[in-house]
Design a protein around this ligand. Structure first.
Ligand SMILES: N[C@@H](CCC(=O)N[C@@H](CS)C(=O)NCC(=O)O)C(=O)O
Length: 202
């Protein structure tokens, strides 16, 4: 049995959880939540970065980060499933994943600024720098939303998880200016039940 160190709100862990469902590996993985802020959390021994998601496989090997985990799981499920085998399609999927994960990184840094620093210590220039990455990334995606394959690629899953995280932590403010992405996410949710099944209920 594999163990996935996870947390319900993490967009990176959600990407892995959706991939697990799509790859038919649900019965092979136990989801075990981790508290990344707890210095005593065993996660820090499993992954020196103390980050989720981290996957521990049967022989005790720990895989991180989410990109490595999805690569491992896709291969374990036969290969070429959510990470296409064809070079062009594969690079398209990985590049889309890199963009959406990068937007999530910027979102997280903004969330952590609020969580770990008192308000008077917030650095507006640095926050604006992160906001710029999010804004430009969303603009590129809105200009040309990707297709939704069956099954979706890891890039398309990453896009859905990133937009879901914008809804969860930023009150869906992205929706007003990105109508094509709103329609894209609606289609994704209809085509991929695992998206709704992994939504944080709160
Ligand atoms: N590039 C990593 C990002 C993972 C990440 O930033 N996870 C966050 C939670 S969403 C985390 O573990 N944060 C705790 C920390 O940075 O200490 C991935 O794709 O897995």
């Amino acid at each position: 049995m594999m163990i996935l160190r996870s947390a319900p709100a993490s967009p990176f862990a959600r990407k892995v959880r959706i991939a697990i469902k799509l790859l038919g590996l649900e019965t092979d993985v136990e989801i075990r939540d981790a508290d990344t802020t707890d210095p005593g959390e065993v996660l820090r021994q499993q992954n020196p970065l103390g980050k989720i998601p981290t996957l521990i496989v049967e022989d005790g090997t720990a895989y991180y980060d989410s990109r490595v985990i999805v690569d491992y799981l896709d291969h374990r499920a036969g290969g070429g499933k959510v990470i296409p085998a064809d070079q062009k399609a594969r690079l398209d999927a990985l590049k889309l994943q890199a963009l959406c994960d990068g937007i999530c990184d910027a979102c997280l840094l903004i969330v952590y600024e609020g969580r770990f620093r008192s308000k008077e210590k917030h650095e507006p220039k640095w926050l604006e720098n992160q906001a710029g990455k999010i804004q430009r990334g969303l603009a590129v995606l809105e200009a040309s939303p990707p297709p939704i394959d069956a099954p979706p690629t890891v890039g398309q899953i990453a896009l859905a998880c990133m937009l879901g995280y914008r809804d969860l932590r930023f009150e869906g403010t992205w929706r007003k200016d990105h109508p094509k992405l709103v329609a894209w996410l609606d289609r994704f949710a209809a085509q991929v039940p695992a998206f709704e099944q992994t939504r944080v209920k709160s």
